[in-house]
Ligand binder design. Structure first.
Ligand SMILES: *Cc1c(COP(=O)(O)O)cnc(C)c1O
Length: 354
Protein backbone atom coordinates (compact mmCIF):
# COMPACT_ATOMS: atom_id res chain seq x y z
CA UNK A 1 0.00 0.00 0.00
CA UNK A 2 1.13 3.53 -0.69
CA UNK A 3 2.48 5.29 2.37
CA UNK A 4 1.51 8.94 2.57
CA UNK A 5 2.91 10.51 5.75
CA UNK A 6 1.26 13.84 5.02
CA UNK A 7 -2.19 12.21 5.05
CA UNK A 8 -1.53 10.54 8.42
CA UNK A 9 -0.30 13.52 10.43
CA UNK A 10 -2.88 15.57 12.35
CA UNK A 11 -3.54 18.98 10.71
CA UNK A 12 -2.76 20.90 13.92
CA UNK A 13 0.66 19.23 14.07
CA UNK A 14 1.35 20.00 10.41
CA UNK A 15 0.59 23.69 10.95
CA UNK A 16 2.25 23.86 14.37
CA UNK A 17 4.96 26.48 14.82
CA UNK A 18 7.20 24.76 17.37
CA UNK A 19 8.60 26.51 20.43
CA UNK A 20 11.89 28.10 19.57
CA UNK A 21 14.27 27.72 22.51
CA UNK A 22 17.30 29.95 23.07
CA UNK A 23 19.64 26.98 22.80
CA UNK A 24 17.79 25.84 19.68
CA UNK A 25 18.07 29.23 17.98
CA UNK A 26 21.74 29.77 18.70
CA UNK A 27 23.66 26.51 19.05
CA UNK A 28 27.15 27.82 18.27
CA UNK A 29 30.06 28.84 20.46
CA UNK A 30 30.12 32.36 21.91
CA UNK A 31 32.08 34.36 24.46
CA UNK A 32 29.10 35.29 26.62
CA UNK A 33 25.66 33.67 26.70
CA UNK A 34 22.97 36.09 27.90
CA UNK A 35 20.16 34.60 25.84
CA UNK A 36 18.41 31.99 27.99
CA UNK A 37 17.87 33.60 31.42
CA UNK A 38 20.16 31.04 32.99
CA UNK A 39 21.79 31.85 36.32
CA UNK A 40 25.18 33.49 35.75
CA UNK A 41 26.08 33.09 39.46
CA UNK A 42 25.85 29.29 39.51
CA UNK A 43 23.96 26.83 41.69
CA UNK A 44 24.30 25.21 45.12
CA UNK A 45 25.83 22.13 43.50
CA UNK A 46 29.48 21.48 42.72
CA UNK A 47 28.60 20.05 39.33
CA UNK A 48 27.63 22.75 36.89
CA UNK A 49 24.07 22.41 35.62
CA UNK A 50 23.41 26.12 35.11
CA UNK A 51 23.04 25.86 31.32
CA UNK A 52 20.10 24.35 29.45
CA UNK A 53 21.03 21.05 27.78
CA UNK A 54 21.34 20.33 24.06
CA UNK A 55 17.69 20.10 22.90
CA UNK A 56 18.56 17.54 20.21
CA UNK A 57 21.11 15.48 22.18
CA UNK A 58 23.56 15.48 19.28
CA UNK A 59 26.44 13.78 21.14
CA UNK A 60 24.25 10.82 22.11
CA UNK A 61 22.83 10.56 18.60
CA UNK A 62 26.29 10.65 17.00
CA UNK A 63 27.46 7.79 19.26
CA UNK A 64 24.29 5.78 18.69
CA UNK A 65 24.45 6.39 14.95
CA UNK A 66 27.91 4.82 14.88
CA UNK A 67 26.82 1.85 17.04
CA UNK A 68 23.57 1.22 15.12
CA UNK A 69 24.90 2.06 11.69
CA UNK A 70 22.18 4.62 10.95
CA UNK A 71 22.20 8.39 10.40
CA UNK A 72 21.61 10.62 13.49
CA UNK A 73 18.61 12.20 11.74
CA UNK A 74 16.79 8.85 12.09
CA UNK A 75 17.08 8.85 15.90
CA UNK A 76 14.78 10.37 18.53
CA UNK A 77 15.84 10.39 22.19
CA UNK A 78 12.93 10.48 24.62
CA UNK A 79 12.22 10.69 28.33
CA UNK A 80 11.80 6.89 28.33
CA UNK A 81 10.15 5.00 25.47
CA UNK A 82 6.97 6.08 27.17
CA UNK A 83 7.53 9.60 25.81
CA UNK A 84 7.92 8.23 22.28
CA UNK A 85 4.68 6.22 22.63
CA UNK A 86 2.79 9.30 23.80
CA UNK A 87 4.25 11.52 21.06
CA UNK A 88 3.32 8.99 18.35
CA UNK A 89 -0.29 9.03 19.50
CA UNK A 90 -0.36 12.83 19.71
CA UNK A 91 1.25 13.31 16.28
CA UNK A 92 -1.03 10.93 14.41
CA UNK A 93 -4.32 10.41 16.28
CA UNK A 94 -7.11 12.97 16.42
CA UNK A 95 -8.78 12.67 19.86
CA UNK A 96 -12.26 11.18 19.62
CA UNK A 97 -11.79 10.28 15.95
CA UNK A 98 -8.78 8.06 15.25
CA UNK A 99 -7.75 4.78 16.83
CA UNK A 100 -4.75 2.53 17.39
CA UNK A 101 -4.54 -1.25 17.14
CA UNK A 102 -3.00 -3.46 19.82
CA UNK A 103 -2.28 -7.19 19.96
CA UNK A 104 -3.02 -8.31 23.54
CA UNK A 105 -1.61 -9.60 25.75
CA UNK A 106 0.94 -6.79 25.52
CA UNK A 107 2.55 -3.82 27.28
CA UNK A 108 -0.02 -1.73 29.13
CA UNK A 109 1.35 1.71 28.32
CA UNK A 110 0.03 1.84 24.72
CA UNK A 111 -3.54 1.61 25.99
CA UNK A 112 -3.01 4.11 28.80
CA UNK A 113 -1.41 6.64 26.45
CA UNK A 114 -4.31 6.21 24.03
CA UNK A 115 -6.86 6.71 26.81
CA UNK A 116 -5.10 9.87 28.05
CA UNK A 117 -5.33 11.25 24.53
CA UNK A 118 -8.98 10.17 24.08
CA UNK A 119 -7.97 7.78 21.31
CA UNK A 120 -9.85 4.48 20.85
CA UNK A 121 -8.12 1.10 20.98
CA UNK A 122 -8.91 -1.75 18.60
CA UNK A 123 -7.64 -5.22 19.38
CA UNK A 124 -6.48 -8.33 17.53
CA UNK A 125 -5.30 -10.82 20.15
CA UNK A 126 -2.12 -12.82 19.64
CA UNK A 127 -2.91 -16.48 18.92
CA UNK A 128 -2.55 -19.38 21.39
CA UNK A 129 1.22 -19.48 20.83
CA UNK A 130 1.38 -15.71 21.42
CA UNK A 131 2.15 -15.21 17.73
CA UNK A 132 0.90 -12.37 15.57
CA UNK A 133 -2.36 -13.22 13.77
CA UNK A 134 -1.89 -11.10 10.64
CA UNK A 135 -5.39 -11.80 9.27
CA UNK A 136 -6.97 -10.77 12.57
CA UNK A 137 -4.87 -7.58 12.55
CA UNK A 138 -5.86 -6.67 9.00
CA UNK A 139 -9.52 -7.41 9.79
CA UNK A 140 -9.49 -5.23 12.88
CA UNK A 141 -8.10 -2.06 11.30
CA UNK A 142 -10.21 0.59 9.57
CA UNK A 143 -9.64 3.91 7.77
CA UNK A 144 -9.19 5.76 11.05
CA UNK A 145 -6.58 3.32 12.40
CA UNK A 146 -3.34 5.31 12.46
CA UNK A 147 -0.96 3.19 14.49
CA UNK A 148 -0.37 -0.52 15.12
CA UNK A 149 1.76 -1.28 18.19
CA UNK A 150 3.68 -4.57 18.17
CA UNK A 151 6.05 -5.59 20.93
CA UNK A 152 8.86 -8.03 20.12
CA UNK A 153 10.06 -9.70 22.31
CA UNK A 154 6.60 -9.19 23.76
CA UNK A 155 5.81 -8.14 27.32
CA UNK A 156 4.39 -10.03 29.29
CA UNK A 157 4.72 -13.21 27.19
CA UNK A 158 8.49 -12.97 26.52
CA UNK A 159 8.48 -14.32 22.96
CA UNK A 160 9.73 -12.72 19.77
CA UNK A 161 7.02 -12.18 17.17
CA UNK A 162 7.67 -13.89 13.84
CA UNK A 163 9.66 -11.47 11.70
CA UNK A 164 7.87 -12.37 8.47
CA UNK A 165 4.49 -11.78 10.10
CA UNK A 166 5.68 -8.36 11.29
CA UNK A 167 6.94 -7.40 7.84
CA UNK A 168 3.71 -8.69 6.25
CA UNK A 169 1.76 -6.39 8.58
CA UNK A 170 4.05 -3.42 7.87
CA UNK A 171 3.67 -3.98 4.11
CA UNK A 172 -0.12 -4.37 4.19
CA UNK A 173 -0.89 -1.36 6.42
CA UNK A 174 -0.84 2.22 5.14
CA UNK A 175 -0.52 3.67 8.65
CA UNK A 176 2.44 3.49 11.04
CA UNK A 177 3.62 0.21 12.58
CA UNK A 178 5.52 0.67 15.83
CA UNK A 179 7.77 -2.21 16.91
CA UNK A 180 8.70 -1.98 20.58
CA UNK A 181 12.08 -3.68 20.99
CA UNK A 182 12.59 -2.94 24.71
CA UNK A 183 13.91 -6.51 25.18
CA UNK A 184 15.64 -7.08 21.82
CA UNK A 185 19.11 -7.21 23.41
CA UNK A 186 18.18 -10.47 25.18
CA UNK A 187 17.24 -12.25 21.93
CA UNK A 188 19.26 -13.68 19.06
CA UNK A 189 17.13 -11.81 16.52
CA UNK A 190 18.53 -8.64 14.98
CA UNK A 191 16.69 -5.35 15.31
CA UNK A 192 14.15 -4.23 12.73
CA UNK A 193 16.16 -1.00 12.49
CA UNK A 194 17.75 -2.64 9.46
CA UNK A 195 14.32 -2.67 7.74
CA UNK A 196 13.63 1.06 8.20
CA UNK A 197 15.05 1.95 4.81
CA UNK A 198 12.70 -0.44 2.99
CA UNK A 199 9.64 0.46 5.11
CA UNK A 200 8.99 4.20 5.63
CA UNK A 201 5.96 3.43 7.85
CA UNK A 202 8.05 1.56 10.43
CA UNK A 203 9.03 3.00 13.80
CA UNK A 204 11.34 0.99 16.10
CA UNK A 205 11.45 1.71 19.84
CA UNK A 206 14.33 0.75 22.11
CA UNK A 207 15.24 1.83 25.62
CA UNK A 208 18.09 2.26 28.09
CA UNK A 209 15.81 0.88 30.83
CA UNK A 210 16.36 -2.87 30.35
CA UNK A 211 19.61 -4.35 28.95
CA UNK A 212 21.44 -1.06 29.56
CA UNK A 213 20.30 -1.15 33.17
CA UNK A 214 19.35 2.56 33.34
CA UNK A 215 15.61 2.53 34.08
CA UNK A 216 16.06 5.33 36.64
CA UNK A 217 17.50 7.74 34.06
CA UNK A 218 14.40 7.65 31.84
CA UNK A 219 15.96 7.53 28.39
CA UNK A 220 14.28 5.77 25.47
CA UNK A 221 14.82 5.78 21.74
CA UNK A 222 12.80 5.81 18.54
CA UNK A 223 14.28 4.98 15.15
CA UNK A 224 12.35 5.91 11.99
CA UNK A 225 12.51 7.79 8.72
CA UNK A 226 13.81 11.36 8.86
CA UNK A 227 10.37 12.95 8.36
CA UNK A 228 8.86 11.03 11.27
CA UNK A 229 11.81 11.94 13.52
CA UNK A 230 11.36 15.60 12.49
CA UNK A 231 7.74 15.37 13.71
CA UNK A 232 8.91 13.97 17.08
CA UNK A 233 11.32 16.90 17.39
CA UNK A 234 8.60 19.40 16.50
CA UNK A 235 6.20 18.15 19.18
CA UNK A 236 8.50 17.13 22.05
CA UNK A 237 9.19 19.45 25.00
CA UNK A 238 12.33 21.43 23.98
CA UNK A 239 14.64 20.12 26.73
CA UNK A 240 13.20 16.64 27.18
CA UNK A 241 16.48 14.98 28.24
CA UNK A 242 18.29 16.56 31.18
CA UNK A 243 21.99 17.42 31.12
CA UNK A 244 22.60 14.80 33.84
CA UNK A 245 20.87 12.10 31.77
CA UNK A 246 22.71 13.05 28.58
CA UNK A 247 26.10 12.90 30.30
CA UNK A 248 25.30 9.62 32.02
CA UNK A 249 24.05 7.94 28.85
CA UNK A 250 27.23 9.02 27.04
CA UNK A 251 29.32 7.42 29.79
CA UNK A 252 27.28 4.23 29.52
CA UNK A 253 27.69 4.12 25.74
CA UNK A 254 31.46 4.04 26.26
CA UNK A 255 31.11 0.84 28.31
CA UNK A 256 29.22 -1.48 26.03
CA UNK A 257 31.26 -4.52 27.15
CA UNK A 258 29.75 -4.35 30.63
CA UNK A 259 26.27 -4.39 29.11
CA UNK A 260 27.15 -7.40 26.99
CA UNK A 261 28.43 -9.27 30.03
CA UNK A 262 25.23 -8.47 31.95
CA UNK A 263 23.12 -9.71 29.06
CA UNK A 264 25.03 -13.00 29.01
CA UNK A 265 24.54 -13.46 32.74
CA UNK A 266 20.85 -12.63 32.49
CA UNK A 267 20.35 -15.18 29.72
CA UNK A 268 22.27 -17.85 31.66
CA UNK A 269 20.08 -17.24 34.73
CA UNK A 270 16.93 -17.22 32.60
CA UNK A 271 17.91 -20.63 31.21
CA UNK A 272 18.52 -21.90 34.74
CA UNK A 273 15.06 -20.73 35.90
CA UNK A 274 13.51 -22.21 32.74
CA UNK A 275 14.93 -25.59 33.79
CA UNK A 276 14.15 -25.22 37.50
CA UNK A 277 10.54 -23.97 37.37
CA UNK A 278 9.04 -27.15 35.85
CA UNK A 279 10.41 -29.22 38.77
CA UNK A 280 7.62 -27.78 40.91
CA UNK A 281 4.26 -29.53 40.74
CA UNK A 282 2.35 -26.22 40.90
CA UNK A 283 4.11 -24.98 37.73
CA UNK A 284 1.99 -25.94 34.72
CA UNK A 285 3.90 -24.17 32.01
CA UNK A 286 6.97 -21.99 31.45
CA UNK A 287 6.63 -20.02 28.24
CA UNK A 288 9.74 -19.65 26.06
CA UNK A 289 11.40 -16.28 26.61
CA UNK A 290 13.66 -14.02 24.56
CA UNK A 291 13.58 -11.39 27.29
CA UNK A 292 14.81 -10.87 30.87
CA UNK A 293 11.68 -12.37 32.40
CA UNK A 294 9.65 -15.57 32.32
CA UNK A 295 5.90 -15.93 32.03
CA UNK A 296 4.82 -19.02 33.93
CA UNK A 297 1.42 -20.63 34.36
CA UNK A 298 0.83 -22.06 37.82
CA UNK A 299 -2.03 -23.86 39.59
CA UNK A 300 -3.13 -20.73 41.46
CA UNK A 301 -1.35 -17.52 40.48
CA UNK A 302 -2.97 -15.26 43.07
CA UNK A 303 -2.24 -17.72 45.89
CA UNK A 304 1.44 -18.07 44.87
CA UNK A 305 1.71 -14.32 44.37
CA UNK A 306 0.44 -13.78 47.93
CA UNK A 307 2.79 -16.44 49.32
CA UNK A 308 5.80 -14.82 47.64
CA UNK A 309 4.74 -11.42 48.99
CA UNK A 310 4.67 -12.94 52.49
CA UNK A 311 8.31 -13.87 51.80
CA UNK A 312 8.90 -10.29 50.68
CA UNK A 313 9.45 -11.33 47.07
CA UNK A 314 7.46 -9.37 44.50
CA UNK A 315 6.64 -10.77 41.07
CA UNK A 316 3.98 -9.57 38.64
CA UNK A 317 0.56 -11.21 38.76
CA UNK A 318 -0.72 -11.24 35.18
CA UNK A 319 -3.64 -13.62 35.76
CA UNK A 320 -6.22 -10.96 34.87
CA UNK A 321 -4.64 -10.36 31.45
CA UNK A 322 -6.18 -12.00 28.34
CA UNK A 323 -4.59 -15.35 27.46
CA UNK A 324 -2.58 -15.20 30.71
CA UNK A 325 -4.94 -17.05 33.10
CA UNK A 326 -3.06 -18.13 36.25
CA UNK A 327 0.17 -16.57 34.97
CA UNK A 328 2.92 -14.80 36.85
CA UNK A 329 5.65 -12.76 35.19
CA UNK A 330 8.97 -13.20 36.94
CA UNK A 331 11.94 -10.95 36.18
CA UNK A 332 15.29 -12.76 36.05
CA UNK A 333 17.31 -11.69 39.10
CA UNK A 334 20.88 -12.20 40.25
CA UNK A 335 21.91 -15.80 41.08
CA UNK A 336 21.30 -15.01 44.78
CA UNK A 337 17.85 -13.54 44.13
CA UNK A 338 16.88 -16.47 41.93
CA UNK A 339 18.10 -18.90 44.57
CA UNK A 340 15.91 -17.15 47.15
CA UNK A 341 12.95 -17.34 44.74
CA UNK A 342 13.45 -21.07 44.18
CA UNK A 343 13.72 -21.69 47.94
CA UNK A 344 10.44 -19.84 48.39
CA UNK A 345 8.94 -22.03 45.65
CA UNK A 346 10.04 -25.10 47.64
CA UNK A 347 8.38 -23.83 50.80
CA UNK A 348 5.23 -23.05 48.81
CA UNK A 349 5.16 -26.55 47.34
CA UNK A 350 5.38 -28.08 50.85
CA UNK A 351 2.64 -25.75 52.08
CA UNK A 352 0.14 -26.87 49.42
CA UNK A 353 0.91 -30.63 49.34
CA UNK A 354 -0.75 -32.38 52.23
C1 LIG B 1 10.04 -1.74 30.07
C2 LIG B 1 9.41 -1.49 28.77
C3 LIG B 1 9.64 -0.30 28.08
C4 LIG B 1 10.55 0.74 28.65
O1 LIG B 1 9.93 1.93 28.82
P1 LIG B 1 10.82 3.18 29.29
O2 LIG B 1 9.83 4.27 29.34
O3 LIG B 1 11.87 3.36 28.23
O4 LIG B 1 11.41 2.82 30.62
C5 LIG B 1 9.08 -0.12 26.85
N1 LIG B 1 8.32 -1.07 26.29
C6 LIG B 1 8.09 -2.24 26.91
C7 LIG B 1 7.29 -3.28 26.24
C8 LIG B 1 8.62 -2.48 28.18
O5 LIG B 1 8.36 -3.63 28.79
Amino acid sequence: MAFDLDRLVRDNIKSLIPYSSARGEYGGDARIFLDANENAFGSPLEKDYTRYPDPLQSKIKDRLAAIKNITPSRIFVGNGSDEAIDLLIRIFCRPGEDNILLCPPTYGMYEVSAAINDVDVRRANLNGDFELDVDAVLNAICDSTKLIFLCSPNNPTGNLLDREAIIETVSAFDGIVVIDEAYIHYSDESSLIEDLEAHPNLVVLQTFSKAWGLAGLRVGLAFAGEEIIALFNKVKPPYNISQASQETVLKALANKEIVEKNIEQTIAERKRLELEFPRFRFVEKVYPSDANFLLTKVSNATDLYGFLLSERIVVRNRSNVVLCDECLRVTVGTPEENHALLSAFERYEKSIVH
